[in-house]
Design a binder for this molecule. Structure first.
Ligand code: ADP
Length: 454
């Protein structure tokens, strides 16, 4: 069932309950007041007739005649008068005798002074009447036809008003809920059309601050982020294929040329060396991409433990120098540390080694002297590392872009690479809640500042 229909039904149900309770209260209070008023009328009639009998000494026959004639048109009150010993002194119509008096009833009336009850649907009042020092018992009864008619018509009117109101309220509920949900229906229709191929579509939203506009704006902001992420994924994939195609094409050309005609062993050796260099490039790229994927995992899936920064730096230096024996890397401690905790961070050893190795390698490969240095400074709440070199430096424009995937600066002719090292390094450092920044001067050198909380 649609929320809109559910709301309309709920609204109708609540209103119906309130209306029903309202109508019930009115009906029962009217019924009670009818009963009260009719008992009062019976009592008044009983006393009037007793006065006519005892005070005015009106002839019993006359009173009985009046009773019989009135009975034809209205529900005349039937009165009976007894003495204490249950002797009947007067009765409006003994042959009709609506109230079946008994001795215990007469005693009860005498004791209580007044009683009220129903007998076969007729209301009865019994009361003690005193005249000239003598106590008498009077009973009076009648059927409140007029009161019951009024009650019935009230009931019928209430039922018809109730039914009409409920139908009207339900129609109004459906109309208003439809109006209220109209913007949501529009949003749903629009959202159905948004797929990976048209992520530029947006939901209709107004500038005001109501909940639905806020929902649409939030949804649109999410689509903005998705679109950006889709675009960067697309760029990333096309960059990877380009980076892979270049060395692969070079290998194929090299091998085809070698096979084209008979060559001497020196030429073959050269061709193999060139192909090996390109194959190594591909391996380096695929390793970097693999590391990039690892660094992009959910942090909860990466194992973190306490690692000593100095040890990771030593490992990274060894790894870089193994691949490039002509690279020189210095590790310099700016201050002493008192315990292991001061020099350790909670991190992933493998990823940190990848990041430090990238910074060492860049420092060496973009310097004439292939020399890079890292200075370590232990602070109370952080460990600061500065990777510096006296190399060719980075231009102002390149400085803004070097952390973008596949971006290679103006100085790329100076050394081989694929533009993944720095974005990967940045990703790893952010994963460890650290920061990385860079300053550089063309021709003078470059400094990368890395800070980890510890
Ligand atoms: P790659 O080194 O494979 O080209 P990186 O992502 O590691 O890719 O670096 C991106 C670019 O930043 C490099 O192409 C280079 O222009 C510049 N760069 C990084 N480190 C240095 C450095 N120490 N000295 C000069 N340029 C650097």
């Amino acid at each position: 069932m649609k929320t809109r229909t559910r709301l309309a039904l709920l609204f109708t149900l609540i209103t119906a309950t309130i209306l029903l309770a309202f109508a019930a209260v009115i009906y029962y209070s009217t019924q009670e007041s009818r009963e009260r008023e009719f008992y009062a009328l019976l009592k008044k009639e009983a006393i009037t007739k007793a006065n006519l009998v005892f005070n005015a000494k009106v002839n019993a026959q006359t009173l009985q005649d009046i009773y019989r004639s009135n009975r034809q048109v209205l529900n005349e009150v039937e009165v009976a008068i007894y003495d204490q010993e249950f002797n009947l002194l007067y009765h409006d119509a003994v042959d009709i005798d609506l109230v079946k008096e008994t001795k215990p009833m007469i005693d009860d009336i005498y004791k209580k002074g007044e009683i009220k009850f129903y007998q076969e649907g007729w209301q009865v009042v019994g009361l003690r009447f005193e005249f000239e020092g003598q106590d008498y018992i009077i009973t009076a009864t009648s059927y409140d036809q007029y009161g019951y008619n009024k009650l019935n018509s009230l009931l019928k009117t209430s039922i018809s008003v109730f039914v009409i109101s409920i139908v009207f309220i339900y129609i109004a509920g459906v109309f208003f809920s439809k109006k209220a949900f109209e913007p949501i229906s529009k949003m749903t229709e629009k959202a159905k059309n948004i797929t990976a191929t048209n992520l530029d579509l947006r939901l209709p939203s107004k500038d005001n601050k109501d909940e639905l506009s806020e929902l649409a704006q939030t949804f649109n902001a999410m689509l903005d982020r998705l679109e950006q992420s889709f675009d960067s994924q697309k760029r990333f994939v096309s960059n990877i294929s380009h980076e892979l195609r270049t060395p692969l094409a070079a290998i194929i050309t090299e091998l085809e040329l070698s096979l084209g005609k008979e060559r001497n062993s020196e030429d073959y050796k050269q061709a193999i060396e060139n192909s090996l260099k390109d194959a190594k490039k591909i391996v380096r790229l695929s390793n970097s991409l693999l590391d990039m994927a690892k660094a992009s995992y959910d942090p909860s899936e990466i194992s973190f433990k306490s690692v000593r920064i100095d040890e990771v730096l030593l490992d990274a230096r060894q790894q870089v120098q193994q691949a490039n024996p002509n690279y020189k890397i210095d590790i310099h401690f700016e201050n002493d540390f008192e315990n292991d905790a001061q020099i350790s961070i909670n991190g992933n050893e493998y990823l940190l080694k990848v990041a430090f190795a990238n910074l060492f390698e860049n420092g060496c490969k973009f310097s004439e002297d292939h020399h890079s240095k890292v200075s370590i400074f232990f602070k109370d709440k952080s460990i600061e590392l500065t990777f510096s070199d006296h190399g060719i430096g980075i231009s102002e424009i390149d400085l803004k872009n070097i952390f973008k995937p596949f971006y290679r600066g103006d100085n790329q002719k100076f050394a081989d690479g694929n533009g993944i090292g720095l974005p990967l390094t940045q990703k790893i450092i952010l994963l460890h809640k650290g920061t990385i920044s860079v300053t550089s001067k063309l021709g003078e050198g470059t400094d990368f500042y890395v800070s980890f909380p510890n």
